[in-house]
Design a protein around this ligand. Structure first.
Ligand code: FDA
Length: 391
C-alpha cells in the first residue's frame, strides 16, 4: 500500500491534520490501534468537550521551548475552529469566560472531524498495530498488522501517556528516539493530588466540598475552584497547579482570594463583637469547611475575645494554608502529559523533523502542554492544520 501521507493516531491532532491534507489533494491514511477514533475527544470536558478557549495563546502553554507554539497558534485561531463547528451546526456554550463546551455531547466534535475526513477522502484504519517504522528513500515505511505501508510523509500524532486504558502509549516517543530526537522528561499533568495521613482524613471528611481558592506553587498562581475528594484535592485550581508541582513541593492556598482576611476579621470584631468565628467563617466559606477549620484549630471563640495575634493566626490559616501533597493520581486520571518530543529539532512552521522532513510530529506527543480550559485541543487543531497544509 502506498499513500502520500500516513498519520499515526486518529485523535484530535491526527484527524485535523488528515482532513487538511486530504482537502489539499493528498492521498491520506490514518492508522490507530484503538477500536474507535477520538476516544479522548469523547471523554473530554466531562463528555461535553471543552473544544477551545477563545483567548488561547502562547502564554497558556508550557514547553522547554516556549516560542515553538507561537506560529501555529497564530495561524489557526480559536475562531477558525468555532467557524468549523458552526458550519456543522454544533450547539455550544461558554461555561466560564472563553471556554467553549458542546451544549449536548463531545460526540458532536468527533462527528465534525469524521465527516470532514470523509469529505476530504481520508481513509481511516482502526485496530491496526504499528510494528515498526523505517526510512525508505525520500519517504517512510511502516510495518503494520495490515502489512507494510509506504508513504511520502509520516505524521506521528499518537498523543501523550495519560489514561493508558484509552489507548495511550509511548509509541511517538520511541519513534522520536529511533530517529535521534530527544524526548524531554514526561509527567502526568492536569491531574488531582493525593494526600496521606491526617490531611487525607481531613479531605475525605470534606469530600464533595468545593470553594474558590488561589493556589500558588513555583511562582505560578491560579484562582479557580478547588474540590475535596476521597483521595485528596481536585478541581480546576488543583489540576492547573499540578502542571508545575514537583514531588516534595508544598502548595500555598488562599481560601479567601481578593480579601484581606485580617482586616475583614478586625472589622467584624468591631461591628459584630458577639459573633463566633464559626459563624463568620460560615459566611465566607462552605459551611462544612468552616466547621472543619474551627474543629481542626480547636478555636471557636467570640470575636470580641480574639486578640490581634489570634486573628492574625486565623488570617494565616485562611490565606496561607500550606499543604504538601503526597503525589498525584498519575497517568490513570491525568488529562495531559507534560513534556514530550523535544521541539528544537522540529519546524514550528510545518512540524517536520529538520534532518528528516518526511517525518513529522504534532499534537500532545510534542513537548507543548496547555493549561486547563480548551487550550490542549486548540493546540491539537492548530498543529494539525499547520502540518496538514504543508504536506
Ligand atoms: P490523542 O490522545 O487525542 O490521540 C492519540 C491517538 O493515537 C489515539 O487515538 C491513540 O489510540 C493513538 N495511539 C496511541 N498509541 C498508539 C499506538 N501505539 N499505535 C497506534 N495508535 C496509537 N483538552 C481540552 O482542550 N479540553 C478538554 O475538555 C479536555 N478534556 C480532557 C479530559 C480527559 C479525561 C483527558 C484524558 C484529556 C482531556 N483533554 C482536554 C486533553 C486532550 O484530550 C488532549 O490534549 C488531546 O486529545 C491531544 O490530542 P492528540 O491528537 O495529540 O492525542
Amino acid at each position: 500500500m502506498t499513500y502520500d501521507v500516513v498519520v499515526i493516531g486518529a485523535g484530535a491532532a491526527g484527524l485535523m491534520c488528515a482532513l487538511t491534507a486530504g482537502y489539499a489533494g493528498r492521498r491520506v491514511l490514518v492508522v490507530d490501534h484503538a477500536s474507535k477514533a477520538g476516544k479522548k475527544i469523547l471523554m473530554s470536558g466531562g463528555g461535553r468537550c471543552n473544544f477551545t478557549h477563545l483567548a488561547s495563546g502562547p502564554a497558556n502553554f508550557y514547553s522547554e521551548n516556549p516560542a515553538f507554539c507561537i506560529s501555529a497558534l497564530k495561524r489557526y485561531r480559536p475562531e477558525h475552529f468555532v467557524e468549523l463547528v458552526d458550519r456543522h451546526g454544533v450547539a455550544y456554550v461558554e461555561k466560564t469566560p472563553g471556554q467553549l463546551f458542546c451544549a449536548d455531547s463531545s460526540k458532536e466534535i468527533l462527528r465534525v472531524l469524521l465527516t470532514e475526513c470523509d469529505w476530504a477522502g481520508v481513509e481511516i484504519r482502526l485496530k491496526t498495530a504499528i510494528e515498526g517504522v523505517e526510512r525508505c528513500g525520500e519517504g517512510m515505511r511502516l510495518m503494520t498488522s495490515l502489512g507494510p505501508v509506504d508513504c511520502g510523509a509520516l505524521v506521528v500524532a499518537s498523543g501523550g501517556l495519560s489514561i493508558p486504558t484509552m489507548g495511550a502509549t509511548g509509541l511517538g516517543y520511541d519513534i522520536a528516539r529511533q530517529f535521534g530526537l530527544a524526548v524531554t522528561e514526561t509527567r502526568a499533568a492536569l491531574v488531582p493530588f493525593t494526600l496521606t495521613g491526617h490531611w487525607k482524613a481531613r479531605a475525605e471528611a470534606l469530600a464533595g466540598v468545593s470553594c474558590e481558592v488561589a493556589v500558588t506553587c513555583r511562582g505560578k498562581r491560579y484562582r479557580e475552584p478547588m474540590l475535596f475528594t476521597h483521595r485528596g484535592l481536585s478541581g480546576p485550581a488543583m489540576l492547573q497547579i499540578s502542571s508545575v508541582w514537583q514531588p516534595g513541593d508544598t502548595l500555598s492556598l488562599d481560601l479567601l482570594p481578593g480579601c484581606d482576611a485580617f482586616e475583614t476579621l478586625c472589622r467584624a470584631r468591631r461591628e459584630t463583637p458577639r459573633r463566633r468565628l464559626s459563624s463568620w467563617l460560615g459566611e465566607h466559606l462552605p459551611k462544612r469547611l468552616a466547621r472543619a477549620l474551627v474543629e481542626w484549630h480547636d478555636d471557636d471563640g467570640v470575636l470580641a475575645e480574639c486578640s490581634n495575634a489570634r486573628l492574625e493566626a486565623w488570617a494565616e490559616v485562611l490565606q496561607a494554608w500550606r499543604i504538601k501533597p503526597a503525589g498525584t493520581e498519575g497517568w490513570r486520571t491525568a488529562e495531559v502529559t507534560m513534556g514530550g518530543v523535544e521541539t528544537r529539532a522540529v519546524s514550528s512552521k510545518d512540524f517536520s523533523v529538520q534532518e528528516l522532513p518526511q517525518l513529522r510530529f504534532i499534537g500532545e506527543v510534542l513537548d507543548v502542554t496547555g493549561e486547563l480550559g480548551g487550550h490542549n485541543f486548540q493546540w491539537a487543531w492548530a498543529s494539525g492544520v499547520a502540518c496538514g497544509n504543508a504536506l
